[in-house]
Design a protein around this ligand. Structure first.
Ligand SMILES: O=CC(=O)O
Length: 327
């Protein structure tokens, strides 16, 4: 097909910071890109730019639902998020309309795994409490029994979820002299032997883990899964890390478990709400390390995510299956 005869697809990109290689790729493939200018994206602006587009590159955690699809119109052919988690997407509505939907799992695993290990260490070794003591001029001299943390060595590492992220963490831990790796998922992962990991029930996960890492998506099944009763079953030395989604945890119950010493400490990249207000009770707990949902925040990972989202769209526009369909 000559370039003159080639159909020019319009792609709305909802965020101006989408890495350039992805925009260049879309343009090379013959797409006109309409890039929203607001940071953070403004919904009314997105809705106003949507009519007539062929595809949507959704780089936002705002609800992606029927309103968006209606605003685009019947010529819309494909949507991809630039995220692994799609808890903000009305997937049943996409299914009902048979609208191709892509997302970007897989490529997020390395960035998130590095960060999860950082949180295991930061929470297990009281980075936040230590910093607070310095800030409050309470650095105690000549102490031995002070800020005593948990080591990863000789620990049972438990994963809630054992997909790409959990496995990337387990891979990194192979040289860490851990005692055992266990995980809970609905069904056993066939490749768990590659990581020396053992499938366990949810109760066993709670009762046996010295470090418990939440690395699963937020779904109807996982929502609020870590509640008071669950924290009550955990070991007192348990370091709880969440790189999944805040909604998987009953945050009040977590705060209580941390305050009462029911568990040892927590490291959270995700929480409720996001952004977390500075005066949230979570911020006042010394044995809790809180960081602002930055698991994928490296240039390498965000570029890979953007490229994957762009490839999802191009495939769908060319009538092929998306690289990573969300359903
Ligand atoms: O949280 C990050 C993602 O879902 O990609």
């Amino acid at each position: 097909m000559t370039s003159a005869a080639r159909r020019l697809y319009k792609v709305l990109v909802t965020h101006p910071e989408v890495p350039l290689p992805a925009l260049e790729f879309l343009r090379q493939k013959g797409c006109e890109t309409i890039v929203c200018e607001n940071i953070p994206p403004v919904r009314s602006d997105i809705l106003q730019k949507l009519p007539g587009v062929d595809a949507i590159f959704w780089a936002s955690y705002q609800p992606l639902n029927g309103e968006v699809l209606d605003a685009a119109g019947s010529q819309l052919k494909a949507v991809s998020t630039m995220s692994s988690g799609i808890d903000y997407v009305d997937v049943p509505e996409f299914k009902r309309r048979q609208m191709p939907l892509g997302h970007t799992p897989g490529v997020v695993k390395n960035g998130v795994a590095d960060l999860a290990i950082g949180l295991m260490i930061a929470a297990g070794r009281f980075f936040h409490a230590g910093r607070q003591l310095i800030e409050n001029s309470k650095w105690e001299k000549e102490r031995i029994n002070w800020l005593m943390g948990q080591e990863i060595r000789d620990s049972v590492i438990g994963f809630m979820g054992f997909g790409g992220i959990g496995q990337a963490i387990a891979k990194r831990l192979q040289c860490w002299d851990v005692k055992k790796i266990i995980y809970h998922t609905r069904t056993r992962r066939e490749n768990d032997v590659d990581f020396g990991a053992h499938h366990v029930t949810f109760d066993e996960l709670l009762k046996e883990s010295d470090f418990l890492v939440v690395a699963c998506p937020l779904t109807a099944e996982t929502k609020g899964k870590f509640h008071a009763e669950a924290f009550g079953k955990m070991k007192k030395n348990c370091v709880f890390v969440n790189v999944g989604r805040g909604g998987i945890v009953d945050q009040d119950a977590l705060i209580e478990a941390l305050k009462t010493g029911q568990i040892f400490s927590a490291g959270l990249d995700v929480m409720t709400p996001e952004p977390l207000p500075a005066d949230d009770p979570l911020m006042k707990i010394p044995n809790c390390v809180v960081i602002p949902h930055m698991g994928t925040q490296t240039l390498k990972t965000t570029t890979e995510m953007a490229m994957l989202a762009a490839n999802n769209l191009i495939n769908a526009l060319e009538g092929k299956p998306m690289v990573c369909p969300a359903y």
